[in-house]
Design a protein around this ligand. Structure first.
Ligand code: ACM
Length: 548
């Protein structure tokens, strides 16, 4: 009777309030803290005591579908969790890995109960991410030391699948060089957060960091500059000989390290702008203007760009690309394309003549015409060597028909650039400067490092970024993913690098992985705080401002 007197609308509100209370209550009781937040987590009240050595069963069907042996899967368990694993029959196993063809490529189901762990996935990446989630169920100290024997894991049932296929992080190693050990520490963090694309900014005005056998001066000249500190207007270089580069053996080692963590590496060689280190190495091939040239010690955008009127620049780029293909066995190569001033081309007769012959008055077409020749070079390669190019969004200022089947990485004027790219038929990766350049200050505290920004790119601001939906076609596939970038003009040591990345990389990962409806900063913050225990135990520097 009473029910009848309550109008339907109010009933709905009551139900909603009840639902919120139940869901809120369930959330308050959640003990497990996982970043990025999985699609669904249920705790079952059981616990599993991890043994000294763990018996593992990997089904033949999983091995076949994932294209790996049981031994490889066990090694993965050892690598992620630190387990001492041995093979047993299913009935005796404490960790069972099986095929579930119904879940997507990187998705997984994870069940932990009294008797052990069950993982179901359709391929290797899903299994790997289940193991990363499993690791996060252990106490922070165990996660850091990877010594699970004797530790207790809470019982859970988890289903998980990523929001985006491209979950990226970019490190600039041109402005400052960090070396193999630190890059592997960064890759470990990416793997923890289920990030799967390491965009490696390996060349710029201030240093060339990748050995190219056919162009040896790139590392004998281009990798070294006459100041560790990069100067702002009015500052003087410190005249310290500074630099470094990766040999091809080191690069292959890092590629293998990343592959074992389900991370693809996307190398970037930024051309024809941001290329004074290359120009200083090979002025005869690349320069627009008379020298002398040296690897740039300033920070500002350098007007000295490659000569796009000469075939020697294109031949140079082809030689670099050919060696990149041999080192990086993945689908993409990034050719840069940002902030490329046309000033030197505008005053040069050869460039003006070339533009006239192209039937264009847009000097940016000289940049894209340079790319068109590289697109054609790529098109002629056998299928196994084909790579898709990525360009920063400024490349759309030139002729889009020159860019082939590229993807566009959008960092500036984001909403307009996304719509521009999508309307011209390009898929996009979102790496908005604000707030995803996580080299910027993360708080207004006086002890923040001397770096860019006013402290507005807080953990909360990074977390609350919502990727725009393109208006042009509205196809979900137009946005293939998101990415945070770390430019290192001001960052000259691993501690500052880690301090600025953490905990913001965790917030980026949740944007990349977790469905938008399940994201809320107030539910993320306690998990980010929990991550700080791991950072502390693992010896990572991290920002504390968000936790105060
Ligand atoms: C960029 O920040 N120049 C891509």
């Amino acid at each position: 009777m009473i029910m009848k007197q309550i109008p339907t609308m109010r009933l709905r509100i009551l139900w909603l309030a009840l639902l919120c209370a139940v869901v809120g209550g369930m959330r308050a009781e959640r003990h497990v803290m996982i970043v990025p937040e999985p699609v669904s987590v249920e705790e079952n009240g059981e616990t599993f005591a991890w043994p000294d050595a763990v018996g593992v069963y990997v089904s033949a069907r999983f091995q076949q579908a994932a294209g790996v042996s049981a031994a490889h899967t066990q090694q993965m368990l050892n690598q992620v969790v630190g387990a001492d694993a041995y093979t047993v029959a299913k009935a005796q196993a404490q960790v069972v890995v099986e095929l579930d063809k119904t879940v997507a490529a990187e998705a997984y189901r994870l069940k932990v109960g009294r008797k052990g762990v069950e993982i179901k996935a359709s391929g290797l990446a899903g299994c790997y991410y289940a193991l990363q989630t499993l690791l996060q169920l252990f106490p922070a100290e165990v996660q850091a030391t990877r010594t699970p024997a004797g530790a207790t894991v809470p019982g859970v049932r988890i289903y998980d699948v990523p929001r985006y296929a491209w979950r990226g992080f970019m490190l600039d190693e041109s402005r400052h060089f960090f070396g193999v050990k630190e890059v592997k520490r960064v890759l470990d963090l990416m793997a923890r957060y289920k990030l799967n694309r390491f965009h490696w900014h390996l060349t710029d005005d201030q240093g060339w960091r990748i050995q190219i056998m056919r162009l040896p001066r790139l590392v004998t000249v281009g990798s070294w500059r006459n100041s560790k500190k990069l100067t702002r207007k009015g500052e003087q270089p410190d005249h310290t000989q500074y630099g470094g580069y990766y040999t091809q053996d080191q690069l292959r080692d890092i590629v293998a390290y990343a592959k074992a963590r389900c991370i693809e590496i996307v190398p970037e060689v930024d051309m024809p702008g941001h290329s004074q280190a290359a120009i200083a190495s090979y002025p005869d091939l690349l320069a627009c203007a008379p020298g002398p040239f040296e690897v740039y010690t300033g920070m500002a955008i350098n007007p000295n760009v490659m000569n796009t009127a000469r075939t020697t620049s294109v031949e140079f780029a082809k030689a670099v690309i050919d060696e990149l293909i041999g080192i990086f066995p993945y689908g993409y190569i990034h050719l840069g394309g940002d902030e490329c001033p046309t000033r030197f081309w505008e005053i040069d007769y050869e460039h003006r003549l070339k533009l006239f012959n192209m039937g264009s008055k847009n000097f940016h077409d000289l940049q894209t015409n340079f790319y068109a020749q590289l697109v054609e070079h790529m098109r002629r390669k056998p299928a196994s060597e084909q790579r898709r190019f990525i360009f920063w969004n400024e490349s759309l200022s030139g002729n889009p028909a020159h860019l082939g089947n590229a993807a566009i990485m959008v960092w500036t004027d984001v909403d307009n650039a996304v719509n521009d790219a999508v309307s011209k038929g390009f898929p996009v990766i979102l790496s908005p400067q604000i707030p995803f350049y996580i080299n910027r200050r993360q708080s207004t505290r006086a002890d923040e490092p001397d770096t860019q920004g006013q402290g507005n790119e807080t953990l909360e601001a990074v977390y609350n970024y919502q990727p725009p939906q393109p208006q042009a076609t509205q196809a979900a596939a137009d946005v293939i993913g998101v990415q945070a970038n770390c430019w290192t003009e001001f960052i000259d040591n691993p501690q500052t690098l880690e301090y600025l990345l953490l905990p913001r990389l965790a917030a980026v990962a949740e944007t990349a992985w977790t469905p938008q409806v399940a994201r809320a900063y107030d539910r993320f913050l306690p998990r980010a705080k929990h991550e700080a225990d791991f950072y502390q135990a693992a010896g990572y520097a991290f920002g504390r401002a968000a936790f105060e």
